[in-house]
Design a protein around this ligand. Structure first.
Ligand SMILES: Nc1ncnc2c1ncn2[C@@H]1O[C@H](COP(=O)(O)OP(=O)(O)O)[C@@H](O)[C@H]1O
Ligand SMILES: [Mg+2]
Length: 591
């Protein structure tokens, strides 16, 4: 992943941000920048007033001059002048801080709103991605992009750009002010700024980008290792591989900590250098002034400017340099969000079509499919037609392509050759087709929630009548009745508190709860005992009078009520037969 660590420019990152944000978001962000610039300008005004104040303390007649400039012609005593200017300082400070307070709220709320809205947008994009897309990926990446990168992009990246812009503006304004007051000081500051800036751009920035990339890789691996540790703990304990898994995590986590320490520690360096240089200049100036002026009081006017430079300009410069570093460290996150955003979009999406009625058949015609990165085709020129209302059984050795064929019917996998159509017309990769299907997968996914929530899966309002029917049909009634909390019992992560057969029956109930027109079972009864399976098949036959059923099964007896049986072999249909013949074949084979 970190093969190419050449540091891209900040401008290219800003270009990517521009691409990722909607027009509205860009306008809001400009609002943030405008606010930041506004409050920066107020800071410049504050700075000027402080300098004037210092001058007036030193020489009240200067105050009279300033008041004349703003149109105040009456004579004022020195005490009054100082008082008025002190009030002015107070008022401007008050205004500046009120604006700064409003800005902080506006800035943070706007950025955080953009943050969660963008993450939602990204999640919707993932939701539209092809199923095949997920087959090539590790879920840690999605977690890292939404939980980490997108978060970073907004809470640090967008603010960084705004801070860099507004602080640069203050810097320039204050510098202009100092050029006006004291050109030699301005020259010194400008030189310090330019030299430090160049050192950082040449020396530190590529480092910050590199660290950002390394941190990203280490974080991803660390969370992947952690997930694997928690998901696989049973095997890890039994195989005695505790240390191996913990060490794998520790290695990445150590790398992460080291990089984070480096980043944070290095980012304090500009401040230390700036401060040291500034104090050096300050002391030098005092030394020179002590020779020229007799009384230290006279120095206040001149040093006032220095003080403000010290308290505002130098920290400002420091902030600019820090934020540039931060931004550079976040570029890898911006890049990854950008890549993810685009990777998802190139895939074909599930589509919305006008709702249709399934009336005649599902047809696969010459379908050839291969998995991403796979050498051989998992399905080869498969042609098959299922009539509405039929019950089709699919048998074959493991790896013969049964699940793949079913996923093609489901519109999850798209053959690269051939077609799959409902009623010779409607696409299977449509939400409208999926609405008609109840599907029980080979590997069941249960959420850490109540049994009934797992059956109604994602529905807020559970329909009690449908729930009860599904529980009865899936042979779950006896099991649920003996639980103290009944259907409200929490199943644990991925259903860990249930037996394999119980999980399977919940998954079947989930499919039946939808009252679907088409039922698709992928080895859905493999974990059930013969008795339970027989009862289940009976109820399924009862309820599937007008339904189309596609059923992959290991036990042939499961398929005894199927109208036709498809035999798969090496990605092809070897034979289409009926149950009776199949039994004869099996008897022959065993003889
Ligand atoms: N995600 C995948 N990537 C690559 N190959 C896969 C993937 N899933 C399945 N396969 C391969 O495709 C073939 C058919 O798999 P599958 O349809 O699951 O078989 P069955 O359900 O009949 O046991 C097998 O050779 C399997 O190894
Ligand atoms: Mg399978």
């Amino acid at each position: 992943m970190s093969d190419n660590l050449k540091s891209p420019s900040i401008l290219s990152a800003i270009e990517k941000l521009r691409f990722l944000l909607t027009k509205q978001e860009k306008i809001k962000w400009l609002g943030i920048v405008a606010f930041a610039i506004g409050s920066s300008l107020l800071e410049v005004v504050t700075a000027s007033v402080i300098v004037i104040f210092a001058q007036v303390l030193n020489d009240p007649s200067a105050g009279q001059k300033y008041l004349l400039k703003v149109g105040y012609a009456d004579y004022l005593s020195p005490g009054r002048t100082v008082f008025y200017i002190a009030v002015l300082v107070g008022a401007i400070y008050l205004a500046k801080n009120i604006v700064a307070g409003i800005e902080a709220f506006f800035q943070n709320f706007t950025i955080q709103k953009m943050n969660y809205q963008f993450k939602n947008k990204l999640l919707y994009r993932y939701a539209e991605a092809d199923y095949a897309f997920y087959l090539t990926r590790n879920s840690s990446l999605g977690l890292a992009v939404i939980g980490g990168d997108a978060e970073q992009m907004f809470s640090s990246g967008m603010l960084s750009v705004a801070i860099i812009l507004s602080e640069s503006l203050i810097f320039i304004c204050l510098l202009a002010m100092i050029i006006y007051m004291n050109p030699s000081l301005a020259l010194i500051i400008f030189t310090i700024g330019a030299v430090l800036g160049l050192c950082i751009i040449k020396g530190l920035l590529p480092q910050f980008y590199r660290w950002g990339r390394l941190l990203q890789d280490a974080s991803l691996l660390a969370s992947q290792n952690l997930l694997q540790f928690f998901h696989g703990f049973k095997e890890i304990i039994l195989l005695g591989k505790r240390d191996a898994f913990i060490n794998a995590y520790q290695e990445q986590s150590r790398k992460k900590s080291r990089i984070q320490a480096l980043q944070t520690a290095t980012n304090t360096l500009p401040r230390l250098v700036i401060e040291t240089v500034f104090i050096g200049i300050f002391v030098l100036t005092i030394a020179i002034l002590c020779r020229e002026h007799e009384s230290p009081v006279q120095m206040i006017g001149i040093l006032g400017g220095y003080l403000y430079v010290g308290f505002r300009l130098m920290p400002g410069l420091n902030r600019i340099l820090n934020q540039i570093n931060v931004l550079k460290g976040i570029i890898p996150s911006i890049e990854r969000v950008y890549n993810e955003y685009n990777v998802v979009s190139v895939k074909e999406k599930y589509i919305d079509v006008p709702d249709f009625k399934f009336e005649k058949s599902i047809t696969v015609q010459d379908a050839t499919f291969s998995y991403p990165n796979a050498k051989k085709d998992a399905l080869k020129e498969v042609s098959f037609k299922i009539q509405k209302g039929e019950c089709i059984g699919i048998v074959g050795e493991t790896g013969s392509g049964k699940s793949t064929l079913v996923d093609v019917f489901l519109g999850l996998l798209r053959p690269y050759k051939g077609s799959v159509l409902v009623d010779e017309n409607y696409p299977v990769n449509s939400y409208q087709w999926h609405q008609k299907i109840g599907y029980v997968p080979q590997s069941i996914y249960l959420t850490d929630d109540a049994i009934e929530a797992n059956i109604a899966f994602g529905e807020q309002e559970i329909d009690q009548a449908r729930l009860n029917n599904a529980i009865d049909a899936a042979q779950l009634r006896k099991f649920i009745d003996q639980l103290p909390e009944g259907s409200k019992t929490i199943v644990g992560e991925r259903g860990i508190r249930l037996s394999g057969g119980e999980r399977q029956r919940i998954s079947i109930a989930r499919a039946l709860y939808r009252c679907p027109e088409v039922l698709i079972f992928d080895e859905a009864t493999s974990a059930l005992d013969n008795d339970t399976e027989a009862k289940l098949m009976e109820t399924i036959n009862d309820i599937s009078q007008n339904r189309t059923v596609i059923m992959i099964a290991h036990r042939l007896t499961t398929l005894k009520d199927c109208s036709r049986i498809v035999m798969m072999e090496k990605g092809q249909i070897k034979e289409i037969t009926i149950y009776k013949n199949l039994q004869k074949d099996q008897v022959k084979n065993h003889a």
